[in-house]
Design a protein around this ligand. Structure first.
Ligand SMILES: CC(C)(COP(=O)(O)OP(=O)(O)OC[C@H]1O[C@@H](n2cnc3c(N)ncnc32)[C@H](O)[C@@H]1OP(=O)(O)O)[C@@H](O)C(=O)NCCC(=O)NCCS
Length: 167
């Protein structure tokens, strides 16, 4: 287990969000399931949710990927899941989430900054992610961070951010 790293989100919508990051564990399962259910209803409305499939993918992600949780006053309010295995040059963001009561306080942007920093440090040259087009808050966040359309998949799209390693 790593020592929690304090992070400060930008102060766009309310008080700056101060939270501590640590590696996720299966002990976080209940909190992550609650977040996932909230995210699912936004991104896949009307589609059935399988808890067993979620648990299986979470266990695989903890074993093979990098997964972090962010805590504020002892409450798990953020989640970042980075897949370094899906390609040799890019890191794929499997999940990025802030608990709804904390939206608009720069938390989402802060998670993306962490993803970018870690990808650069690993020598990767790009970051990819999939997003539901109707998720306007997420679309805004990704565009503002410089992500551009990579592949149109109907209701969803793949986006890509090239990392300028000279920065
Ligand atoms: C997407 C998510 C991570 C954003 O978190 P957040 O903490 O609100 O992010 P931030 O505060 O850093 O930024 C939100 C931005 O969206 C903007 N925004 C809010 N509502 C918006 C809307 N309806 N349309 C467009 N932009 C919107 C805010 O103004 C802010 O932009 P700004 O910094 O330029 O002002 C969060 O909404 C979330 O966890 N959603 C559920 C899970 C999810 O869908 N994850 C993405 C999967 S691809």
């Amino acid at each position: 287990m790593t020592t929690p790293t304090p992070t400060v989100g930008a102060n766009e919508g309310g008080a700056a969000l101060v939270w501590a990051r640590r590696q996720a564990t299966m002990g976080d399962y209940r909190a992550l399931l609650a977040l996932e259910l909230a995210s699912w209803s936004i991104n896949f409305p009307g589609e059935p949710f399988s808890e067993s499939a979620f648990r299986y993918s979470l266990e695989a992600g903890l074993r093979y990927h990098r997964m972090y949780v962010y805590e504020h006053d002892g409450q798990l309010i953020g989640w970042l899941w980075l897949d370094f295995n899906s390609s040799w040059d890019a890191v794929h963001i499997r999940h990025v989430q802030v608990a709804e009561p904390f939206w608009g306080r720069g938390g989402g942007a802060s998670l993306l900054r962490d993803a970018i920093k870690e990808s650069r440090e690993a020598g990767r040259t790009a970051i990819t992610l999939n997003v539901t087009k109707a998720n306007l808050r997420a679309m805004h966040l990704y565009r503002a961070a410089g992500f551009v359309l990579d592949q149109d998949n109907g209701d969803r799209q793949r986006m890509r951010l090239e990392l300028n390693t000279d920065d």
